[in-house]
Design a protein around this ligand. Structure first.
Ligand code: FO1
Length: 311
């Protein structure tokens, strides 16, 4: 079994390549749920849905989230009542949130529902939320209030400066059933090219997960989401700088070194390999911009080779 830690669009694209290189049934994807939100009374799990729709080949290719070819009649109708419509839910996507909410109200766990949704879309990888318990990412805006993740990310277009991040509920959360066993028994553990603070941070905040991962350090490899000092998508670079980290592959290495043994960086960061090794990590250089599923598969192949080789 390969365990992959994931959150966001970059992770979903990487996973599309990973399941070309290893049998999907051998992949356990541990998904961030810190972005989950309740909207219109519905439980929305954006990262679970992005991974599900991407692996099902049904993701909207323009946005990287939501369903390809979806319509927006419900949002248009909601506008008549004054919204809120800043977080846009497509008509077919709404069915997923209706279904998830009903099942949770019936007493099903988030991991059971994630599995049901993934199977219904024909996804053969095992998708596991990091926890069945609620963990919610909140960001303190510099000189302003604390806001929920989606308010920061979508409503404020992740443009507002941030001085702190908090994972509410993490202290009481338990790892999803089977997750600790999957980490302990994994052949390799891959950290997808995801935002280290907002996507991987919530996973590490669930008590027991950081320790379980640290024990598997030699088998763990991460793909840097930062290329040439910038995030390919989203606010990772800015947020790292705002929170006092270096917005570079070296900054990623410093965050990951205690529990990850190898960092895969893009060719444009090849000159940083020595500095990464100074942080106590092996460095692998490979093309990491996923311009196609084939490129993602090539990146996944290189990434897995890192932990197959002796360190
Ligand atoms: N991202 C946006 O930028 N605008 C949206 O209106 C939006 C709606 C949305 C609906 C369902 C869903 O699963 C994802 C959605 N996203 C939207 C993406 C989401 O905010 C982010 O991809 C993640 O939370 C960050 O990983």
């Amino acid at each position: 079994m390969i365990v992959a830690l994931a959150g966001g669009v970059g992770a979903a694209r990487f996973l599309q390549g990973l399941v070309r290189v290893v049998a999907p049934e051998q992949v356990c994807v541990v998904v961030n749920t810190g972005d989950d939100t309740i909207l219109h009374g519905l439980h929305v799990s954006p990262d679970l849905d992005t991974v599900t729709y991407t692996l099902a080949g049904s993701i909207n290719p323009e946005t990287g989230w939501g369903l390809a070819g979806d319509s927006w009649w419900a949002m248009g109708a909601l506008d008549r009542y004054g919204g809120p419509t800043w977080f846009r839910l497509g008509d077919r996507d709404l069915a997923t949130h209706l279904y998830r909410t009903r099942r949770l109200n019936e007493g099903a766990t988030l991991s059971a529902v994630a599995d049901e949704v993934a199977r219904a879309w024909g996804v053969r990888a095992w998708l596991l939320p990091m926890s069945d318990d609620p963990v919610r990412t909140h960001l303190s805006l510099t000189g302003g209030p604390e806001v929920g993740f989606q308010e920061y990310f979508v409503k404020l277009r992740h443009a507002a400066p941030v001085d702190a991040v908090r994972f509410a509920g993490a202290g009481e959360a338990r790892p999803a059933p089977g997750l600790l066993e999957a980490i302990a028994g994994a052949q390799s553990i891959v950290v997808c090219p995801s935002n280290p603070i907002l996507s991987i941070g919530p996973i590490l905040a669930v008590p027991g997960l950081r320790d379980a991962l640290s024990e598997r350090r030699a088998a763990t490899v991460a793909v840097s989401p930062i290329v040439a000092g910038a995030a390919l998508r989203g606010p990772a670079d800015r947020l790292m700088a705002e929170l006092g980290h270096q917005a570079s592959v070296v900054g990623v290495a410093r965050l990951y070194a205690p529990w990850v043994s190898t960092l895969v960086v893009d060719q444009s960061d090849a000159s940083m390999a020595g500095a990464i090794e100074t942080e106590g990590m092996r460095c692998l250089v490979a093309p990491s911009i996923m311009t196609s599923v084939g490129a993602a598969a090539d990146l996944a192949r290189v990434t897995l080779s890192a932990v197959a080789a002796p360190s």
